[in-house]
Design a binder for this molecule. Structure first.
Ligand SMILES: Nc1ncnc2c1ncn2[C@@H]1O[C@H](COP(=O)(O)OP(=O)(O)OP(=O)(O)O)[C@@H](O)[C@H]1O
Ligand SMILES: [Mg+2]
Length: 357
């Protein structure tokens, strides 16, 4: 549906996207995830026609759009700050693109009413000034303004980032629902990994203009292809070579003792010393813990490492600070990297990961 074919974008001597290649499937909710400055907005703006390519091509629905002006690309874009026109009311904002296309007044009204109903904006709200709307309502106006033009693709650049945390979580669901209803191919940009994991069909993780991994949320999280993805998405403990050596001694096969090794903090289990488990147990002491409502985060010390682990508050037994515990590791959950691409810890994980890449 959307293809970036070796796209390079330069700003003077700075290369924001060096040879960027990507495919987004029809109807997909696809997310570009990465830290500030990694080139997410640049990729989106290249697709929308707001920045020129230095090399490469972009296709949408089989049509090469590389040199088409923005208005002819059939791409709708919602910006971080919504970029609504402050001097116009809601109806005029949504109708703007249709006016530019010189549609008749009757047809314009019909299309605006239709889209307003679908994104749940009332007739009364259509008459308001945009400054009279809440952040969430303004966001729906921005989406309606994009969708009223019946684009083939919807581009959303951090559309939730200037809302408060609770509203942001609420609107994630609404946005995803709207996307499903319209079935429109969507490219979503965010630096928020939780947003990316919970909303996307697939995610591309970017670092410095380069794609580190493309995959489903589960693939990106559980089988992070590179050390960058592993540490950017979710929270990890980095394990010392000594601890990795202990696992090998305890019978874990396929571990590379020379590789950089991580484990996600919720994959480390805290149990009473000597309690039954399936995995590899390592004695530890609880240094401290922090309470987060639904879970505790434990800061622990083993012979060689300082680690964090998560346990739900409703899980029954809770160790106290200073208490001796066992930490249980599942060798399958270890993520290993030796300079190049991922070396999954265990043979069968290696073949499973290889099959999806
Ligand atoms: N018009 C421009 N002129 C010069 N440099 C630019 C321009 N637009 C972006 N850049 C640079 O390109 C790089 C990528 O910028 P971009 O806006 O795509 O990042 P981003 O991933 O969207 O970041 P953020 O999460 O902060 O929005 C940055 O280093 C930025 O400074
Ligand atoms: Mg940006």
């Amino acid at each position: 549906m959307i293809t970036f074919d070796d796209v390079t974008v330069r700003f003077d001597s700075f290369t924001a996207l060096p040879g960027f290649s990507l495919q987004v499937e029809e109807g997909e909710f696809f997310t570009l995830l990465g830290p500030s400055g990694c080139g997410k907005s640049t990729a989106l703006r290249a697709l929308a026609g707001f920045v020129d390519l230095s090399a490469g091509d972009i296709h949408v629905a089989g049509r090469k759009i590389t040199h088409l002006p923005s208005g002819k690309r059939e791409v709708g874009m919602v910006f971080q700050n919504y970029a609504l026109f402050p001097g116009m009311n809601v109806r005029e904002n949504i109708a703007f693109g249709l006016r530019v296309q010189k549609l008749s007044r009757a047809e314009t009204d019909r299309r605006v009413n239709e889209i307003a109903e679908r994104v749940d904006l009332s007739q009364q709200q259509l008459g308001k000034q945009v400054s009279e709307l809440s952040g969430g309502q303004q966001q729906r106006v921005a989406i309606a303004r994009a969708l009223v033009l019946h684009p083939k693709v919807l581009l959303l650049d951090e559309p939730l980032s200037n809302l408060d945390a609770k509203l942001r979580r609420q609107l994630r669901g609404q946005l995803k629902q709207l996307q499903g209803q319209f079935g429109i191919t969507t490219v979503y940009v965010t630096h928020d990994q939780d947003e990316a994991l919970s909303m996307s069909d697939r995610i591309a993780v970017l670092d410095q203009g380069r794609i580190e991994q493309v995959g489903t949320p589960q693939e990106v999280y559980d089988r992070s292809a590179t050390e960058f993805v592993c540490t950017f998405v979710g929270e990890v403990n980095r394990l010392s070579p000594a601890l990795v050596g202990t696992f090998a001694t305890a019978g874990a096969s396929g571990l590379d003792s020379g590789a950089t090794t991580y484990v996600r903090i919720e994959k480390v289990k805290v149990i009473r010393p000597g309690a039954a488990h399936s995995g590899i147990a390592v004695p530890a002491t609880v240094d401290s813990h922090t309470y987060h409502g639904m879970h505790n985060v434990y800061h622990l010390r083993t012979e060689h490492d300082r680690l964090r682990a998560v346990a739900t508050v409703h899980g029954g037994w809770q160790p106290r600070d200073g208490e001796r515990v066992d930490l249980v590791f599942d060798p399958d959950s270890l993520l290993q990297y030796s300079g190049g691409p991922a070396v999954p810890a265990v043979q069968d994980v290696a073949s499973a990961a290889g099959a999806t890449r």
